[in-house]
Write a protein that binds this ligand. Structure first.
Ligand code: NAD
Ligand code: TYD
Length: 339
């Protein structure tokens, strides 16, 4: 089995590559990644020494490069993680989100049609469903919840989902889509809530909480997400959407306080800053379908997952310190300087 994993030098894609190389001894994994600010080759160091793994630096929007790769590798499965993934950046500059997240997905699917494929899997997000009110804890996103997006990021992901479903219906391309809640774990870029708070706390820097910190996210340990995708690409039904989430809802302020406690840092570091424009209130997944059809259940409890994650950031300081020492400084000043 040969699997092309796009965006594999990023957070979830790299965790997925390691999971698949460990789980399936006879699989060949080809990672295609443009190495944007969010992609790091050092993340794939261990995989690069594995003869079952190949890295190709390419943009998924580059039709010539994508077709050449398909011709060379004749993949059985494509798992598309490649995306611009940060809501705050999408508010600053939507253009690249439309390019990579929509056009890039179409280019990959065109190659799948041209060269043949057993399955194209689109890694999507619960953000395509918009948000839920804070005062209705009985409501959850199901696969039938209408698409209703808030940010340029979620709109670009929803557009890609619609295109994937259209390729399935019109051209008969075999596809699946997964919509997962917020992930956390190793190799998470420190512009997202959990790694940013860990890095800032370790450097005794202010912990910038948007608005009142009341927004709710449904956190899932990244390895549980990888296991779900592995199940879907092998046993999921053609044309289906699967929601992935672990019923682990927490407000942002709860998360930041847990991180302070775990690192023995004072809560006085917490700084309330201007809210994000269009800020989604609550995400919460109903994972009944993937549980019933594929037997998936999350295995890592938040209490354990956050400890493992913090330990990883403590033991891998050079990975994230290198990131926050470069261009990241300009980003941080731009996004948080006048907030
Ligand atoms: P990430 O930003 O950490 O990584 C994205 C990767 O894609 C990077 O390695 C980057 O270099 C690469 N990339 C970007 N543009 C590219 C292009 N044009 N061509 C080739 N490679 C390109 O993102 P992540 O958090 O790992 O998310 C991966 C996927 O999972 C995304 O599709 C995202 O929408 C989805 N998702 C993320 C979460 C989450 O909590 N992080 C939750 C649900 C779904
Ligand atoms: P983020 O990790 O960007 O994920 P998403 O917006 O895709 O859910 O943000 C998670 C939550 O944390 C979101 O409600 C915004 C909030 N947040 C902060 O309060 N401060 C920050 O510095 C960041 C990056 C996020």
């Amino acid at each position: 089995m040969t699997i092309i994993v796009t965006g594999g030098a990023g957070f979830i894609g790299s965790n997925f590559i390691y999971y698949m190389l460990d789980k399936h001894e006879d699989y060949r994994i080809i990672c295609v990644d443009k190495l944007t600010y969010a992609g790091n080759l050092s993340t794939l160091e261990r995989a690069l020494n594995d003869e079952r793994f190949r890295f190709v630096k390419a943009d998924i929007c580059d039709r010539t490069a994508v077709n050449k790769l398909f011709e060379e590798e004749k993949p059985d499965i494509v798992v598309n993680f490649a995306a611009e993934s940060h809501v705050d950046r999408s508010i600053e500059n939507p253009d690249i989100f439309l390019q990579t997240n929509i056009i890039g997905t179409a280019v990959l699917m065109d190659a799948c049609r041209k060269y043949g494929i057993k399955r194209f899997h689109q890694v999507s997000t619960d953000e395509v469903y918009g948000d839920l009110p804070l005062d209705r804890p009985d409501l959850f996103f199901t696969e039938e919840t209408p698409i209703h997006t808030s940010s340029p990021y979620s709109s670009s992901k929803a557009s890609a989902d619609l295109l994937v479903q259209a390729y399935n219906r019109t051209y008969g391309l075999p596809i699946t889509i997964s919509r997962c809640s917020n992930n956390y774990g190793p190799y998470h870029f420190p512009e997202k809530l959990i790694p940013l708070m860990i890095a800032n706390a370790l450097n005794d820097k202010p912990l910038p909480v948007y608005g009142k910190g009341e927004n709710v996210r449904d956190w899932l340990y990244v390895e549980d997400h990888c296991k779900a995708i592995d199940l879907i690409i092998h046993n999921g039904k053609d044309g289906e959407v699967y929601n992935i989430g672990g019923h682990n809802e927490k407000t942002n302020i709860e998360i930041v306080k847990i991180i302070c406690k775990e690192l023995s840092k004072p809560e006085s570091l917490i700084t309330y800053v201007k809210d994000r424009a269009g800020h989604d209130l609550r995400y919460a997944i109903d994972p009944a379908k993937i549980h019933k059809e594929l037997g998936w259940l999350p295995e890592t409890k938040f209490e354990d997952g956050i400890k493992k994650t913090i330990k990883w950031y403590l033991e891998n300081r050079s990975w994230w310190q290198e990131i926050i020492s470069g261009e990241y400084q300009n980003y941080y000043e731009k996004m948080y300087g006048n907030r």
